[in-house]
Structures are given as C-alpha cells and as structure tokens.
Design a protein around this ligand. Structure first.
Ligand code: MG
Length: 256
C-alpha cells in the first residue's frame, strides 16, 4: 500500500493511493486501516509530508562510505540526533538555502515511519512497530556541523527535512535501493542492506532511549556522495519501491 497525506477542505487527510486515485482514511492509517470506498483524483491534490511526527530521529554515519568521506569511522553503536518537525516539507516544496554558508548538503536517506507506540522493543519484534518507509533528505549546513558541538543548528533550519512523497508499507527494508540525483545526475547510490545498523537494530536502539509514537520518523543515514546544493538546483531522492522525493532549491530572501 502507498499512503499519502494531503489537504482536503483545509484539513490534513491520509489516503491510500491506487493508480491515479487516493482513497481517504477517516483517521491516521495506523489507527484506521480501512480507507473509504470513494476516492479522489491524486492530480491536483496539495501533497503534505506523508506523516506528522512528534520527532524525527536521525542516524549519523550509518554507511561506511559516508563515514569515510566525513573522515571518520562508522561508530560502535548508532549515533542519533533529532531534527525538529518544523523543518519538514513535502515533495515539490522548495528547500530554502540559508545565505552565507559554503556547504549546504543534500543527504538522501531511507526513512522509517513508526506505526505503534514503541518502548524498549526487542530487535526480533522491531519490524512489527514499523508502519512503512519513505524517502528523506537530511539537509545539512556542513560548515555549522563542523563548528557547533551539537548538530541542532546545522540540521534544524526550516525546510531541511524534505520527506515523501508517500509511505510504502513494504515488508523488507533491506531490499531498498537509494539513489540521490542532483539536477538529474546520480550522486548517491546504495542498497539499504549496506547500512551498518539495520532497521530492526535502529528501532530497538532508539526505543530504548525514547518512546516512539505512531507517525514518528527514523532517518536511517546517508550513503557516500553527499554534496552542495545551490539556488536553482533540483534534488531527487529516489528509493525503489517507494517513489521520488523531488525538491527545488531556492535562496533565502533575507540577509543573515
Ligand atoms: Mg544524515
């Protein structure tokens, strides 16, 4: 199943997509798994981020190739940090590049969407807590990531969390292939199976630190090949079996 979120009469609504039609749910699909029988045309809908998380948990250096290009090694246990939900934008919305920084990088990632309250879950049961998967771009001001002790500023600007276009309720996260294209040219390409810590390990680990709520997001880390975004660029994060997260880049209007 493919799940999108969109505006209907000014209200956000989830819908199950089949072909060119979205069948709305009365509530979030993890609470109400049966969509309405009558659908609406997907074309013309204003797409929202496909979930509304209480928190976005990101994983750092979860691919050896990326850890190496950051001049480090993969960590012994998952490295986690938070991005604020205020940074979320949907597929199609612009990434606003803050002025005055050398490197504002794209980081294409597979994101996990939680479907059940998860507190100290066992690794063997972790996938039961996953609702599905979507595409994510962990946009980062690299200058600030190096300068600040915390990643909060580097990763927390408005529009720095593009997500979508849909949630795929696929059973096997290891089968996904992630590709990031900058202006149509492939810059990152990796199998999710290359992750240092896989999805069950991440859900288990994070849920032993903080309770995960339905709709929460875990962004599972980026492969090698990160690079700078400039105003006028378009960046696509494409994951086999999910779809393409597409975002143009614009420059912020004000001086910093
Ligand atoms: Mg990242």
């Amino acid at each position: 199943m493919r799940v999108i979120r969109f505006l209907e009469g000014g209200e956000p609504r989830y819908g199950a997509v089949e072909g060119d039609t979205a069948y709305p749910f009365a509530a979030a699909p993890w609470d109400d798994p049966v969509p309405a029988a009558r659908g609406v045309q997907v074309a013309g809908l204003l797409l929202l981020p496909p979930c509304s998380p209480s928190k976005i948990v990101c994983i750092g250096k979860n691919y050896r190739g990326h850890a190496k290009e950051m001049e480090g090694a993969a960590p012994d246990e998952p490295l986690i940090f938070l991005k604020p939900p205020s940074a979320l934008v949907a597929s199609g919305e612009p990434i606003v590049r803050p002025r005055g920084y050398e490197r504002v990088d794209y980081e294409g990632e597979l994101a996990v969407v939680i479907g059940r309250l998860a507190h100290r879950v066992k690794r063997e049961e972790a996938l039961d807590y996953v609702f599905g998967y979507t595409c994510f771009n962990d946009v980062t001001v690299r200058d600030l990531q190096k300068k600040d002790v915390q990643y909060t500023r580097a990763k927390g600007f408005d529009t720095f969390a593009p997500i979508g276009p849909c949630i795929a309720t696929e059973p096997d996260p290891a089968g996904f292939t992630i590709a990031t294209r900058l202006n149509g040219e492939v810059r990152q390409e990796a199998a999710a199976a290359e992750m240092v810590f896989d999805v069950p390990a991440l859900v288990c680990f994070v849920s032993r630190v903080m309770t995960l709520l339905p709709g929460d997001v875990i962004a599972t880390g980026t492969p090698a090949g990160v690079g700078n975004l400039r105003p006028g660029d378009v960046v696509d994060v494409d994951i086999s079996g999910i779809g393409t997260l597409h975002n143009p880049v614009i420059e912020e209007e004000w001086e910093r």
